[in-house]
Design a binder for this molecule. Structure first.
Ligand code: ATP
Ligand code: MG
Length: 436
């Protein structure tokens, strides 16, 4: 049988890697400007961490995790998200005593056993940011501002309309239970009209029904009670202040009172950023507050807010895919995979000079490619062209003896001779030609 990668797990070929690397660098830059510190947490955690944080009855923990018993009979889970792990890190290392705000970000793979489709993988990458600090709507506005800044950072300013922000509040332990009750009795009345998955969800996680992508469920839910009618005074004020803070930062948003998140720990403000042209999986970034999670996991009371950007969806929203062209042209990045210079040396006696010369060119910052196999000039030029090299440097035995080399510009189909006095002189002259 032909060997293949596991379903939903993807290889990053060089042409994929350059895109992701480009986006990650953009994101890193903004994270650092906002004084977020990069961290790394393990890919594997004890299953208990996710059961206690994400919630035992959520879709993620019930159906979507890769969990297994290891050789010591410990239950372990490949992380489906990063927030729980970061909270564990904060508690385990006592980071909560450090000066606030604590701001962390991490970039890496997450694992969920979902049905693979466009924009939905089983291994996917997230850029995840978390702030542990006071419960303040201005801080929230700033975090949302940053999410949008990161997403838009690769775009020219005039193409500003790609992403849209949706906002909601889930209330707090004071007001949410009342809403949950109202929603529950509404959904029980409509039990026969929702999909099979939602029939199960009603009792264990009714809010999640609001998030179902099934058309029938969407129809039912369009008549459901709204959280906004159940908010306590504190939550109302908080949400109002957030809206004002967003307005002062010129951030456009739409209110979606049926927006929920798939994880149990969210309270108060939640948000999603959607991208045009992504089809059903159009949320590129999602986040919200989780003010009680650190305490629930055994730490002190520490309000927090965070979000995660799905790297692959973000990339599709910008570069497009097989079906759609994006606003950015990936070829401008793949060009960077081509060598600056291809070195051709002809004849065995020159091989030693060739090996020294190619290292020296690289040490001077040229992306140099060559071959140590004996091949004809014609074959080598063809290869240089296929590799996408911009320039070729040709050394023949006769030329070498006469201290001259042929320098060819493949893109312009022009060539000239370079006279030189020793290898270092040749390197200096070639670097000058290539870098201009
Ligand atoms: P969705 O509703 O699309 O399943 P979610 O609510 O499960 O998303 P989060 O857990 O909040 O998503 O993750 C944040 C972001 O991570 C999503 O907005 C998305 O961009 C990305 N993401 C989540 N699950 C996947 C997946 N299976 N494949 C690719 N990206 C994903
Ligand atoms: Mg999901």
């Amino acid at each position: 049988m032909k060997l293949q990668a596991v379903r939903g797990f993807k290889d990053w070929l060089p042409e994929d890697f350059v895109k992701y690397e480009y986006l990650i660098e953009k994101a890193r830059l903004w994270c650092k400007l906002f004084n977020f510190k990069e961290i790394k947490i393990p890919i594997l955690e004890k299953t208990e961490l996710f059961v206690r944080s994400i919630g035992e009855v959520t879709d993620i923990v019930q159906k979507e995790t890769y969990s297994f018993e290891d050789r010591n009979k410990d239950w372990l889970t490949l992380r489906p998200e990063a927030t729980a792990g970061i909270c564990r890190m904060v508690i385990e290392h006592g980071l909560y005593v450090r000066p606030k705000p604590l701001k962390f970000f991490t970039i890496g793979p997450m694992f969920r056993h979902e049905r693979p489709q466009k924009g939905r993988l089983r291994e996917f990458f997230q850029i995840d940011l978390e702030v542990f600090s006071e419960l303040n709507p201005y801080l929230e506005a700033e975090v949302i501002f940053l999410a949008l800044k990161i997403l838009k950072s690769p775009l020219p300013e005039e193409s500003d309309q790609l992403y849209t922000l949706e906002l909601n509040t889930l209330g707090c332990p004071e007001c949410r239970p009342k809403y949950r009750e109202a929603l529950l009795s509404f959904l029980r009345e409509h039990k026969d009209e929702v999909c099979e998955t939602c029939k199960e969800r009603i009792e264990r996680n009714p809010l999640r029904v609001l998030d179902c992508k099934n058309e029938g469920c969407k129809k039912v839910v369009s008549g459901s009670p709204l959280i906004t009618d159940f908010l306590c005074e504190d939550c109302k004020t908080h949400f109002q202040e957030l809206k004002e803070a967003l307005q002062s930062l010129d951030i456009e948003f739409s209110l979606n009172p049926r927006l929920v998140r798939g994880l149990d720990y969210y309270v108060r403000t939640i948000f999603e950023i959607k991208a045009k042209g992504l089809g059903a999986q159009d949320t590129v970034c999602a986040g919200g507050r989780y003010d009680y999670l650190v305490k629930e996991l055994g730490g002190p009371e520490l309000p927090a807010i965070g979000f995660a950007i799905g790297l692959e969806r973000w990339a599709i929203s910008l570069f497009g895919d097989e079906e759609n062209k994006g606003l950015l042209d990936p070829n401008t990045l793949t060009e960077k995979l081509c060598p600056d210079l291809y070195l051709v040396f002809l004849g065995k006696p020159l091989i030693k000079q060739g090996v020294i010369l190619s290292q020296k060119l690289r040490e001077k910052g040229l992306r140099c490619e060559t071959t140590y196999e004996e091949k004809s000039l014609k074959a080598q030029l063809k290869n240089a062209d296929k590799l996408g090299a911009n320039f070729v440097l040709i050394l023949g035995e006769k030329e070498w003896a006469e201290k001259r080399a042929v320098f060819r510009d493949l893109k312009k189909s022009a060539q000239k001779e370079i006279g030189f006095d020793g290898l270092d002189d040749l390197v200096a002259k070639v670097v000058k030609e290539v870098k201009g």
